[in-house]
Design a protein around this ligand. Structure first.
Ligand SMILES: [Zn+2]
Ligand SMILES: [Zn+2]
Ligand SMILES: [Zn+2]
Length: 169
């Protein structure tokens, strides 16, 4: 399969609304499609860009295309990204941190400083600032999470209401 054929196949497989892959996985065409995705970085990026358009996510709100894709990826079977083995990178938006999830049933991760695919530097963690601001507002940052103001549980507290984390799938 070449790059043009890959793009055509995309519209048949992942580009179509409500895709159900169980019919496709066994076919030679789907095999060639997923092999091409593994082998061709240009088509992999193109694929992620297309998915972001469908999810109505603006990659410009993220450090790079890959992090935009990873932060917004959701599989059809898991609501909670911490439970989904297909989620490769966790994005913790209240701290603006990216990390590799540690699959121990909790929500821990190894923070990463660069995109593993393109090397782009990721933002400085806002965790210290988050703690400082919450304390200044009279909240206990380490106390009951439910008591922390809603905007501090997302990117809202540092993005002035402009939250990029849409997940509209
Ligand atoms: Zn290609
Ligand atoms: Zn999943
Ligand atoms: Zn990247």
């Amino acid at each position: 399969m070449n790059c043009d054929q890959f793009k055509q196949a995309y519209h048949k497989f992942d580009g179509a609304p409500n895709v159900i892959h169980w019919k496709d996985w066994e076919t030679r065409e789907y095999g060639a499609y997923s092999d091409h995705m593994q082998d061709c970085p240009a088509c992999r990026d193109w694929f992620q860009g297309q998915q972001l358009v469908e999810w109505k996510v603006d990659p410009a709100s993220y450090p790079c295309l890959h992090m935009a894709y990873q932060a917004n990826f959701q599989c059809g079977s898991h609501q909670d990204p911490w439970e989904c083995p297909s989620v490769l990178i966790a994005y913790v938006e209240q701290y603006d941190e990216y990390g590799i999830p540690i699959r121990d049933g909790g929500e821990s991760y190894w923070k990463i400083d660069n995109c593993p695919w393109c090397g782009t530097a990721l933002p400085e963690s806002k965790r210290e600032l988050w703690i400082k601001k919450l304390k200044a507002l009279g909240h206990d940052p380490f106390g009951d999470y439910e008591k922390i103001p809603v905007e501090f549980r997302s990117a809202k507290w540092y993005r002035n209401g402009d939250t990029p984390h849409l997940r509209l799938v």
